[in-house]
Design a protein around this ligand. Structure first.
Ligand SMILES: [Zn+2]
Ligand SMILES: [Zn+2]
Length: 119
């Protein structure tokens, strides 16, 4: 459906052809521009795809979060086993939504989020 949007920075939109009336908008009292978008984004605010990383419960994880292990995890190539319940602080997200980067026992390791629970 055709609608009209203000490109003066106020983010205004209208279903009728009208002027922007927002105080302080760069295009105040100027005609809004016709737009035909169907998604309500007006083709301007291209939102970058956000990487969403979730723990085993589906809780969203962020950089700097603390998590605990929900199962014993053997460290590949060594006899070390990180025990269930071990707390891991200050995780770092990576490009892969299934893994996070962290330090544990002085080593930099990568953990799969399916074995983590946010605390
Ligand atoms: Zn405006
Ligand atoms: Zn639009």
């Amino acid at each position: 459906m055709v609608h009209y949007i203000c490109k003066g920075g106020c983010g205004g939109s209208s279903e009728e052809m009208t002027v922007c009336e927002i105080d302080g908008c760069a295009n105040q009292w100027e005609m809004m521009e016709e737009c035909n978008c169907a998604d309500g984004k007006h083709g301007v605010s291209e939102v970058a795809e956000v990487l969403v990383v979730k723990d085993s419960n589906g809780t969203v994880l962020k950089d700097g979060d603390d998590v605990v292990l929900i199962k014993d995890l053997p460290l590949r190539g060594s006899s070390t086993v990180y025990k269930r319940g071990t707390k891991v602080t200050n995780i770092k997200l990576m490009d892969n939504p299934d893994e996070v980067d962290c330090r544990l026992g002085g080593s930099a390791i990568v953990l799969r989020t399916e074995f983590l629970k946010k605390v």
